[in-house]
Ligand binder design. Structure first.
Ligand code: G6P
Length: 369
């Protein structure tokens, strides 16, 4: 098993470090003509369905649901189709309203999650077109769906999902870009910018992983915190949710992910020197807004770890610690900003002596309700 871990002490760390190569596998064959064309066969083969879609409903659980929330931002932004995101376990009992002009996208790493499978069956029975995004080839979800895309990131063993999340977000980005290309809701120049950046993502991820030692040192300061707040806005809000989930899952520290502007309606009351905030603040169209939120946390004595774009000068002067990541268009920032959060939760859990690959009470694949 030491051999299977490729020299890493845990599958989780191996899988975090595999991401430059798993993302390469995920992208392969999907970006053509030096970035000018995005090829997602499930979209091309079902062009009529995607052109006529009146709504997209995304169903998933856990980390896959967080990828789904990013899918909403991506598809609404690029394709101008309204999108709803539902927990599969809620959707299945919610007496949903669907018809043949709805596209239901089911996201599942394992392809076997019982609630997600049940949601798919309801969607199919109501005539919706069902599209799957899975990792495990030949699993139940790809077999039950009308069409779909594999993320191709290889087997994920660690219970806390890492490389599957970035693969899911990459596929959702490519899917949205492919639909936008088909519908003409993004210009050829905009598609090319996305395509060209997608091709560079594996090398950017390589660069982010160089933060490893700094994050390992940083983790020592925060190991004994009892509560954490994770904040982000726009594309960084689902990243905050996923960062908080990673910490909860493996370190058993209570962590809450929140949209940064909602903080004033509750969580701000909790902020003091004992509760650190992790703030995801890349240089995007909400940057000025999140700077305000960073100041609000600081003004209440909270300690701040901020994920910022390289060269950031404003937040550097307010936050206690900054982790700098390469600049990318905002639709691709979640893949980059989520990686330091994976490492932070890994090292905090290790400092606490927890079994990161097999956290208590959790299962890799939840095949029962
Ligand atoms: C379990 C796993 C999570 C995963 C979730 C959904 O809770 O521990 O890592 O995100 O199930 O699994 P799926 O295979 O459907 O993505």
């Amino acid at each position: 098993s030491q051999l299977e871990k490729g020299g890493y002490p845990h599958f989780m760390l191996k899988e975090i470090f595999e991401q430059p190569s798993t993302l390469k596998d995920c992208i392969r064959g999907r970006v053509a003509e030096k970035g000018r064309r995005i090829i997602i066969s499930g979209v091309m083969d079902n062009a009529e369905k995607f052109l006529n879609a009146k709504r997209v409903v995304i169903v998933a659980c856990g980390t896959s649901w967080h990828a789904g929330l990013l899918g909403k931002y991506l598809i609404q932004d690029m394709c101008r189709i309204p999108v709803e995101v539902e927990y599969a376990s809620e959707f299945r009992y919610s007496n949903p309203v669907l018809d043949e002009r709805d596209i239901v996208i089911a996201i599942s790493q394992s392809g076997e999650t019982a609630d997600t499978l049940a949601a798919i069956n309801i969607a199919k029975s109501m005539g919706a077109f069902v599209y799957g995004i899975s990792n495990v080839v030949g699993s139940s979800i790809p077999r039950e769906t009308d069409s779909g895309t594999y993320i191709h990131v290889g087997p994920e063993i660690g219970v806390a999902s890492t490389k599957a999340f970035t693969g899911q977000v990459m596929v959702l980005t490519l899917l949205a870009a492919a639909i936008a290309q088909l519908k003409g809701t993004k210009s050829p120049e905009e598609i090319e910018e996305i395509g060209k950046t997608v091709n560079k993502i594996p090398s950017y991820v390589e660069k982010v992983l160089k933060l490893n030692d700094k994050i390992e040192r940083l983790s020592l300061i925060y190991t004994y915190a009892r509560n954490f707040l994770y904040l982000g806005r726009g594309y960084s809000y689902p990243v905050a949710l996923e960062g908080a989930l990673k910490l909860k899952e493996i370190s058993y520290i209570h962590a809450e992910g929140y949209p940064a502007a909602e903080m004033k309606h509750g969580p701000i009351a909790l902020i003091d020197a004992e509760m650190p905030s992790v703030i995801i603040a890349p240089n995007d169209h909400l940057y000025e807004k999140i700077v305000n939120n960073v100041q609000q946390v600081k003004a209440r004595g909270g300690s701040i770890i901020a994920i910022v774009t390289e060269g950031d000068t404003v937040i550097r002067n307010i936050a206690d610690h900054v982790l700098e990541v390469p600049e990318v268009p905002e639709c691709l920032s979640p893949i980059i900003t989520s990686i330091p959060l994976q490492l932070l939760s890994y090292y905090i859990a290790i400092n606490k002596g927890k079994d990161v690959d097999m956290p208590r009470n959790l299962a890799k694949s939840v095949t029962v309700e």
